[in-house]
Design a protein around this ligand. Structure first.
Ligand SMILES: O=C1O[C@H](COP(=O)(O)O)[C@@H](O)[C@H](O)[C@H]1O
Length: 247
């Protein structure tokens, strides 16, 4: 099993250590001559992590023009909505780095395409045309209900097959319309890094890891979607003590 659980005293330490590990991972990939693809996430912890990466970036040897950015999910909203995962990541991270704009692949916003279906199709096509989908690192937050990206417990999008990204409607968490990578797309990541903090997530963390010693059944994944993603080489749970409290 390629599972690793890293516990930290608090969210700040977690975000700092994760940021350093991400920078090291990108440096290593570039030293191997690769152009690493990174999957970013939204959610409560992402801002802390993004700010830490931006803060430490100047001390790293990462060539930011040679890193490709994607998102694991997006809220289907206008491009300037502060609730867009992409806008949040730009403000906390990407606007502070010398990235190549051509390497930043947002899910299309609701003022650019007619529907979440169109956004999912366009995002899938971009990923396909880039030969991408094989993330060096895919970061995933997790909700207190065990959702990851925009795959929610018992929701039809959880059962999507043969697709890269899907439209999500009637999301139990606002906004109702979203776009999410599927399990199949997320499972192609070399490393999957869950990042979870806070007591409110402790039950979901325990539930997700309850079946980590074997392949979960489709029913078990439907109940707690975080059970359904594993990295090709490694799966790391970055937790603070509060989130790890029920392990
Ligand atoms: O809405 C979303 O929720 C999850 C988890 O968010 P959190 O605020 O409970 O930490 C996040 O990972 C996802 O990217 C986002 O769109």
């Amino acid at each position: 099993m390629n599972l690793d659980i890293r516990r930290h005293g608090d969210t700040g330490t977690l975000a700092g250590d994760l940021a350093s590990a991400l920078l090291a991972r990108l440096e290593e990939a570039q030293a191997r001559g690769e152009v690493p693809h990174v999957g970013l996430t939204g959610g409560s912890i992402s801002e802390d992590v993004h700010r830490e990466v931006a803060r430490r970036a100047t001390e790293s040897a990462v060539d930011w023009s040679q890193v490709v950015f994607w998102w694991g999910d997006e809220r289907f909203l206008p491009a300037d909505s502060p609730d867009r995962n992409a806008l949040q990541a730009r403000q906390a991270l990407l606007d502070h780095l010398p990235v190549d704009p051509a390497n930043v692949h947002e899910v299309p916003a609701s003022d650019a395409v007619a529907s979440a279906e169109d956004a999912a199709a366009s995002y899938s096509e971009t990923m396909r045309s880039q030969g991408a989908g094989f993330f060096e690192v895919l970061m995933l937050g997790m909700g207190p209900d065990g959702h990851i990206a925009s795959l929610f417990p018992g929701h039809p999008a959880v059962d999507a097959v043969d697709e890269i990204a899907v439209a999500v409607h009637d999301s139990p968490k606002p906004p109702p319309d979203r776009v999410s990578l599927t399990f199949e797309a997320m499972d192609r990541a070399r490393a999957v890094w869950f990042m979870v903090s806070g007591e409110g997530k402790a039950d979901a963390v325990a539930a997700a890891l309850e079946v980590s010693d074997r392949l979960p059944t489709p029913e078990e994944i439907r109940a707690v979607p975080a059970r359904g993603v594993r990295g090709q080489v490694e799966t790391v749970w970055w937790l603070d003590e509060a989130a790890a409290a029920r392990l």
